[in-house]
Design a protein around this ligand. Structure first.
Ligand SMILES: *[C@@H]1O[C@H](CO)[C@@H](O)[C@H](O)[C@H]1NC(C)=O
Ligand SMILES: *[C@@H]1O[C@H](CO)[C@@H](O)[C@H](O)[C@H]1NC(C)=O
Ligand SMILES: *[C@@H]1O[C@H](CO)[C@@H](O)[C@H](O)[C@H]1NC(C)=O
Ligand SMILES: *[C@@H]1O[C@H](CO)[C@@H](O)[C@H](O)[C@H]1NC(C)=O
Ligand SMILES: *[C@@H]1O[C@H](CO)[C@@H](O)[C@H](O)[C@H]1NC(C)=O
Ligand SMILES: *[C@@H]1O[C@H](CO)[C@@H](O)[C@H](O)[C@H]1NC(C)=O
Length: 333
């Protein structure tokens, strides 16, 4: 009798191990080889392969504008095999578990299989980087552009530590970027820091963090942002003016043509909120930067039925955001 039970148990264990094995294979190690629920993964688990797309919200705001949703959703669609991570300062450890119940607008993002929402722990992030000494000394309340300055710092540390692509939350992805170490030119001989990508521990970002601390001046707009990236790049290579749609190369860093992300110049940013006929193809671009910073005063919106360029971009590249927006409009009428 005892022996029969043992045989039974043994068969049962072999069988359940087989099922478990099958399940873990199905998971295909996309983000982690451990078959665990998404809620239990830490940023490190998810970012370990250095292939993440990284977004940041450095204010406490937990109700992003539609453009932010579109930015994250479009990246999640274009990079469906890579983790897309949205770090939000307003999510502390406490609220993490209740994201789906408390903020229905955020739960639509976290329901996408490759999107992860994480809180932002700055002190841990800056550990073991040149930025920590600066961060511990600076008095945030005295810095008029603090949310921009801290965002400039975080993106450098984040990509240095984990590798991957950083994107501003007003960038709409339209096709995959084929290079992994790149900076985006905003115009000839000038780099932006609204989108860039590096492998983990690339020395360019270490140089940027050192320069950030050495030449820190919070009173000068962009001094820790595009101007920093441009001056470190210029120390490394002689930049020339772009010809047509060619990219440049600086050691192993691609310096991508303004057409790739900025086919519409910032001086023309309102063009995104106008009607275009026909709708441009942007076939030499990988993503479109919508210059939300320029929009702070006007607060132009995506209006359903307006047939503006931005509405058409939403319809094409972030259809779920678009659908939700249409429903909100209907609901309020
Ligand atoms: C939140 O979690 C992180 C990582 O697990 C930990 O380092 C930090 O101390 C926690 N913060 C709070 C306020 O509990
Ligand atoms: C930061 O500056 C404010 C305004 O001057 C001051 O009240 C506060 O004590 C300062 N904080 C630190 C940590 O020095
Ligand atoms: C690119 O250059 C950096 C700095 O010289 C180096 O650390 C890195 O390994 C290089 N990457 C590749 C893929 O060659
Ligand atoms: C803005 O758009 C106009 C008309 O499309 C174009 O002629 C002009 O060159 C653009 N300006 C910049 C700075 O790209
Ligand atoms: C890009 O689109 C334009 C028309 O919008 C077309 O004339 C051109 O051939 C296209 N270029 C490529 C590389 O597909
Ligand atoms: C855009 O939408 C926001 C929030 O829905 C609203 O506060 C703002 O007034 C709108 N702006 C315009 C120009 O309609």
């Amino acid at each position: 009798m005892l022996k029969e039970i043992q045989v039974c148990l043994c068969i049962f264990f072999v069988f359940s191990f087989g099922v478990f094995y099958e399940l873990s294979q199905e998971h295909s190690c996309l983000f982690s080889c451990k078959p665990v629920s998404k809620q239990l993964l830490t940023p490190k688990d998810v970012m370990i392969q250095g292939r993440s797309i990284i977004f940041l919200e450095t204010t406490e705001n937990l109700q992003p504008r539609p453009l932010v949703f579109c930015s994250v959703e479009s990246a999640a669609r274009i990079y469906s095999e890579r983790p897309v991570i949205f770090f939000m300062k307003g999510l502390d450890n406490h609220t993490m578990g209740s994201v789906s119940s408390s903020w229905s607008s955020l739960s639509f993002l976290s329901a996408m299989k490759n999107v992860f929402l994480f809180p932002l722990h700055m002190e841990t992030l800056f550990q073991d980087t040149p930025l920590l000494s600066w961060y511990l000394q600076v008095n945030a309340t005295l810095e008029k552009d603090w949310i921009y300055i801290i965002s400039d710092a975080i993106r450098l540390a984040m990509v240095w530590k984990y590798g991957g692509i950083y994107m501003d939350t007003d960038v709409i992805s339209i096709r995959p970027i084929p290079v992994s170490n790149f900076l985006a030119a905003q115009s000839s001989q000038f780099s932006s820091n609204g989108i860039f990508s590096f492998q983990q521990h690339h020395s360019f970002l270490w140089d940027c963090m050192e320069d950030f601390v050495r030449n820190y001046d919070g009173a000068i707009w962009g001094n820790q942002g595009p101007f920093l990236i441009t001056r470190v790049l210029k120390r490394l290579c002689d930049l020339i003016d772009f010809k047509d749609t060619e990219d440049q190369k600086c050691h192993n860093i691609s310096f991508l043509n303004p057409q790739r992300f900025y086919p519409i110049h910032y001086k023309n940013w309102t063009a995104y909120y106008e009607v275009w006929d026909p709708i441009p193809q942007f076939n030499t671009s990988y993503a479109l930067h919508l210059w939300n910073f320029m929009n702070e005063k006007d607060k132009k919106n995506v209006t359903i039925g307006s047939n503006t360029l931005v509405e058409n971009l939403f319809r094409m590249y972030c259809p779920t955001t678009y659908k939700r927006l249409s429903q909100t409009v209907e609901g309020s009428e």
